[in-house]
Structures are given as C-alpha cells and as structure tokens.
Design a protein around this ligand. Sequence first.
Ligand SMILES: [Zn+2]
Length: 272
Amino acid sequence: MGNTLANSLITTSLTASLLLSGCSGTGNFSSKGVSPRGGFTGANHYNYASYYQGGQQTRVAPARAYQSVPVSAPAPIVPRKSPLALLAEVRVHKDYLPKSARGRRGQSSMRPRYITIHSTQNWSKGADPWRHSLALKRSKLGSLSWHYTTDQNVAVQHLPTNVTGRHADLNGPGNKYSIGIEMCEHRGNSRIRTIDRTAKLAAYLMYKYSIPLSKVVPHYHWPRYGMNPPHKNCPHFLLDNGKPGRKWRGFQAKVKYYHDLITTQGPSYVSR
Ligand SMILES: [Zn+2]
C-alpha cells in the first residue's frame, strides 16, 4: 500500500513536471511506475492532441490560431518585357522533320540543360532557314538534325525542344542535353541581325527551361572524341582564333541583356 502510494506520487509529480516543461513525450519514459500512457492519458493540455500508435507517440500539429491573420505577400516581379513578347520578336515558325526523316532516327526524349550555338558555314545563295528545313526534312544532311535555324528574318524550328538532335558531339552530352541553334551565313543575310535574333531566342529558352547563362555554349564547348580537332571552330564568327574570347563574351552579354529584360524588375511593362 505504501509502495503504491509512493509510485502514485512519483507518477503524479513526473507527469506534472513533464506537462509543465512541455516535453514532447518522445523521451525515455521507461522509469518504473511512469508509463508514457499513464503520464499522458487524457492529458490534452497542449494545443496538440497526443495519441499512441504501436507504442510510439505521434504529435499532431496544433490548430493554427493565427491562420486568419493576413500575411502580405512580396510584390511580384514585373519584368520590363513579357517573355512571350520577346518570343514574338524572334518570329519562330515550326516546320518539324517528319518522324521518318533520317535526322529523327534513334532520337530520345530530352529535358534541355544547355543551349548550343552553331553557324551553318553554308554561304550558298538562298541557304536560309527554310532551305535548311527542306534539306533536313528530305534527309539531305545525313543523320544530322538540330532544333532551330535563324537568320535576319526568322527562326525556323525543326524539332520539338523535348527531343534530342544530332548537331554537337556524336553521342556526347551536347547532343543528349542541348537545344541546337544554327545561324545562317548565306550571302546578303545580316550577321548582326541574325546574332540578335539568336540571342533573343536563347534568352527565351533560358527562361523557359531555367537554363543559366553559363550553359549557353558555342559548339566549340563540346569535344568530339575521335575527331581532329576535337573542338570545332563553331560558330566561327563568334570565336577568337577558334576559341571563345571577346566575341563570345559579347554574345553572352547580349543574351543576358534580353534575359534580364524578361526576368527582372523594370520601370515599364511592354507587351504586344
Ligand atoms: Zn556547329
């Protein structure tokens, strides 16, 4: 009898101290006479309900009394130009290769991580994006394929951006994970305007696929193992002595400028 009373007093005292200290109940309750169940049965002094499952206590989150208090959200970023307005300036025309074309054989699905910039090195008259599109559709370029061709007037899209092309590095990551853009070089085509259109397209694709500027790369970036030289001088007019340098940095700055336009806060919102 005396023992039972002593245990009862210990239990009561420990229970009280546990309740006061706000212990979560997940500690060690193995002390003689102090079972977790005994300690907390019917005790709902907290804002949460305690219950046990298979000997383990689970704590349920307290009801949030402050839920009705209005919380002011941060002001949304209003870019200087909407991404779709920038895309409209690129003037993309879809002209996909049929699935039977050689350029689409063996291709796989892709989540783009890079954007690879090329130039066609095709100086023949009329070798514009439409002419390249026709050649790709008719399998005139072997198994080659890429996603867009740009010139001073348009960007023609040859492949959806969620499938791989074959334009960079045989079976390497350039082909597996990058969107390929070819810039035209045919006679009479403005190089400056072509570069400008390409920079806008790259900026939009960066925005769409969360690709950082460091992953907008020249074809040069991807070594073609087994080929000599492994690093191609492409796009040649954006490289210095066959390597990324001042001209490539200039192109990067242009891409960044357009990307900033559609992603950072500005004084006015221009939409079309
Ligand atoms: Zn190239």
